[in-house]
Design a protein around this ligand. Structure first.
Ligand code: ZN
Length: 149
């Protein structure tokens, strides 16, 4: 495993749309392992492909001790109810702010072998998935931030 460099706001990579992953091979697995290591090293909860300079639909997260790898994630349902809470981002150092996110979401994605999975989750899980899926579309949390915190 190896640490990857985290791309910071201002770099155009963070503003581009990511392509779907089509090959579920060893290159992908190495990348996922590297992304986990990089996320841990930087005390992050989630990391998306563009944050390590890879414009592919790849997300890793660790929420309440549970690890998630999401390839080609798609939010298929979201609650109308939203919650305002604090967010930060490894690509936006020294900034935290309040963002409204759906209380509950359902996400469909593929695992590292290409198998489809569906998870419904709420609160911090929902927030984290929304934040990371935004990254895959070139959106940063500061774009949606109501105020700094
Ligand atoms: Zn982020």
């Amino acid at each position: 495993m190896a640490l990857r460099n985290v791309v910071k706001m201002g770099d155009e990579t963070l503003r581009k749309k990511c392509k779907k992953v089509e090959k579920f091979d060893e290159n992908l697995w190495v990348l996922l392992d590297d992304m986990f290591e990089t996320m841990h090293k930087n005390n992050g909860m989630g990391l998306a492909g563009p944050q390590v300079g890879i414009l592919k639909q790849i997300v890793v997260m660790e929420v309440n001790g549970a690890k998630f790898e999401m390839i080609n994630p798609e939010i298929t349902e979201q609650s109308a109810e939203t919650i305002d809470d604090e967010e930060g981002c490894l690509s936006v150092p020294n900034t935290n702010g309040i963002v409204a996110r759906p209380k509950e979401i359902t996400v469909r994605f593929q695992d590292r072998y290409g198998f489809y999975m569906v998870i419904t989750g709420e609160d911090i899980f929902a927030r984290c998935v929304c934040h990371e899926v935004d990254h895959l579309n070139g959106i940063l949390f500061v774009d949606k931030m109501k105020k700094k915190s």
